[in-house]
Ligand binder design. Sequence first.
Ligand code: HEM
Length: 205
Amino acid sequence: MYLYPVWLRLWHALNAVLIIILIITGISMQYTDKEDSIFIVSFASAVKLHNITAIVLTISYIFFVVMNIATGNGKYYRLKRKNFFSDLVKQMRYYAYGMFKGEKHPFPVSMERKFNPLQKITYVLTMYVGLPLIIISGLGLMFPEITVKKAFGVSGFILTDILHITTGFFLSLFLVVHIYTCTLGARPTSLFRGMLSGYHEPEED
Ligand code: HEM
C-alpha cells in the first residue's frame, strides 16, 4: 500500500534531522554559558546553528502545510467528532493490553485511514499546534522588538521564552514516544521501512 509519497518522505527526513539539531543546540544553550562549559557544541556555535536550522525548519514546515493541502495528504489529519473518545480509548487499550495478548490492531491501516486515532491526534497536535507555537515563539525571541513588552506584569520576552522552551520539551517528548510507537507495526522495523520505501507493510492474517 503506497502511503508515503516522495515529497512526504523527503520532508520527513529533513524535518527529523532539523528537529534533532534544534533539540541538541537548544539543550546546549540552556545548560552552557558563554564562557567555558560546552554541551556537544559551544554556546556561540549552538546559537548560530539553532537560528539557521530554525529558519530552514520554518520553510520546510510551510512546505509541509502547503503540500498537505495540495496533495490531499491532509485528509488523514482531519479529526472527526464521532466516536472520538471511544476510539482513543480502544487504541489505548490495545497499546496497554491488547497487543501483549496478540490481538489484532483495532484500526488497521488502509488507503482511507493511514493513522490510528492516537497517532492522528498526536500528529495533529504536533504539526498544527506544537510546530506553529515553537516557530512563532522562536521568531519572537529572534526579533524581540515584535514581542509584547509586558503581559500580566511579566516581561513579554520571558513569557515567550517559557512558551518556546515548554513547547520544545513537549516536542522532544513526542519524538521519543513517536519513535517507540513506530516500532509497533507488523514487525518492529516495518513502519521505518515504510517511511523509506513509501510502502506500508500490512499485518499478516
Ligand atoms: C529520528 C526521528 C524520526 C523517526 C525515526 C520517525 C519515524 C517515522 C515513521 C516510521 C513514520 C511512519 C509511520 C506512521 O505512519 O506513523 C513517521 C511518520 C510521521 N512522522 Fe516521524 N519520525 C521521526 C521524527 C519525526 C519528527 C521530529 C516529527 C515532527 C516533529 C515527525 C512527524 C511525523 C509525522 C507527522 C508523520 C506522519 C506523516 C504522514 O504520513 O502524513 N517525525 N515517522
